[in-house]
Design a protein around this ligand. Structure first.
Ligand code: DNO
Length: 387
């Protein structure tokens, strides 16, 4: 049986949710990154040490790095990509020297996670994050005006997108644009519309097949360094888990994960199992995936979504939605790991006092506090009923 470690994402000293709050939430591990170091720079040893000691001074431990972002040049294999890979390796060496062992990262093209609404009213008075494919198509076709966009959606979605766009005020357009392109917390990339167009343009001619070759090259370069430094790399799946903006997406479903892991079979080439990302694709069977990929799962994000269409979902309460969280936690407990498996309550609703506070979208204190409390209770119940 594996031992699960309760962790919490913390954005560093500027996060309105403090380390002291995290302790009160009952988590013991911190998930964080040096967000002030620009993408593509080496993480200096002293900076890692400094962050580590701040965390430890609060009685917590730095369990997972999320993320060490991969430079766009590495993903597109253009410009100085080899320099950026070498710097990535140098960061891994420094991370290893500080004794940090799990690293979550992603290889999503151009954009990390994205949503179309950050304050969607939820039935209980809280607000949630939402991804709506019709609104997204309205952005893609009418605001971004991407060439060929209208060939990538069904007729029904194109029609709905047209109606939605016609009814948008300039304010609505601005809000939708900044929600999609300005970058969500942790994204580390903050675009305006012209930069965003450029970033997407760089992927012209890179299909999934070619993109897999780029990931493979990256893995061949960095995994040996990760292994030598005792670091388990844990790639985060695509969020949302399907093709968007004509970009190559390669970690959206079960087969993608198999293909990805076979690019470089090694214990240090693993997965962040995000139930929210995989769970937004209705054909993904999450408990089966956990069983199949158990050995490669190094970190877990627990979150639930409810779909109102194949590509439209709202973030739900942690125990409600597409994913049977009972089965998921049972499978996680059943995994045989010789070390703690960290999980964190991923996102949460904006609720109670947080409705009137400044919060990082998805990362308010109280919604995640509720999520963690529910998940912890569920875990305890499962363990007790098994003993
Ligand atoms: C969103 C997060 C992602 C994740 C990165 C990892 O809430 O799960 O931003 O941190 O994709 O690189």
């Amino acid at each position: 049986m594996s031992k699960l470690e309760q962790t919490w994402r913390w954005y560093g000293p500027d996060d309105p949710v403090t380390l002291n709050h995290v302790r009160q939430a009952g988590a013991t591990g911190i998930v964080t990154a040096l967000h002030h170091i620009p993408i593509g720079e080496v993480w200096p040893l002293e900076e890692i040490e400094k962050r580590k000691s701040i965390i430890e001074a609060s009685g917590l431990r730095w369990s997972v790095i999320e993320s060490l972002p991969v430079h766009e040049d590495v993903k597109t294999q253009t410009g100085d990509f080899q320099v950026y890979i070498d710097r990535y390796k140098a960061s891994l060496e420094n991370i290893g020297k500080c004794g940090l062992q799990i690293l979550c990262y992603n290889f999503m093209p151009a954009l990390d996670w994205t949503r179309t609404s950050l304050n969607e009213p939820f039935s209980d008075g809280s607000t949630a994050l939402k991804f709506d494919i019709q609104l997204f198509a309205a952005f893609d076709i009418h605001i971004l005006q991407r060439t060929g966009a209208d060939r990538e959606y069904s007729q029904e979605i194109i029609e709905q997108a047209g109606i939605l766009y016609k009814n948008m005020s300039p304010n609505d357009i601005e809000e939708l644009t900044s929600t999609i392109v300005a970058g969500l917390p942790g994204t580390d990339q903050h675009f305006g519309l012209p930069e965003f167009r450029n970033a997407i343009e760089k992927y012209r001619g890179i299909d999934e097949h070619k993109y897999r070759d780029h990931v493979k090259y990256f893995l061949e370069q960095v995994i040996p360094v990760a292994r030598a430094n005792g670091i388990k790399m844990a790639i985060h799946p695509d969020d949302p888990p399907y093709d968007i903006l004509g970009l190559p997406r390669i970690i959206s479903d079960e087969q993608d994960v198999r293909d990805f892991l076979s690019l470089y079979p090694d214990q240090h080439n693993g997965l962040t199992f995000c139930t929210g990302s995989f769970g937004a694709r209705l054909e993904n069977e999450l408990p089966d995936m956990i069983e199949e990929f158990a050995e490669s799962i190094h970190f877990v994000h627990l979150r639930n979504v409810s779909n109102s269409g194949p590509k439209t979902f709202v973030e739900d309460n942690h125990l409600e939605g597409n994913t049977d969280m009972y089965e998921v936690i049972k499978k996680l407990i059943d995994m045989k790991k010789d070390h703690d498996l960290p999980y964190r309550p991923d996102h949460g609703h904006r609720m109670l006092d947080d409705l009137s506070k400044k919060v990082n979208p998805g990362y308010s204190a109280i919604g995640r506090l509720r999520g963690l409390a529910e998940l912890r209770g569920l875990e305890l119940g499962i363990r007790r009923s098994q003993s």
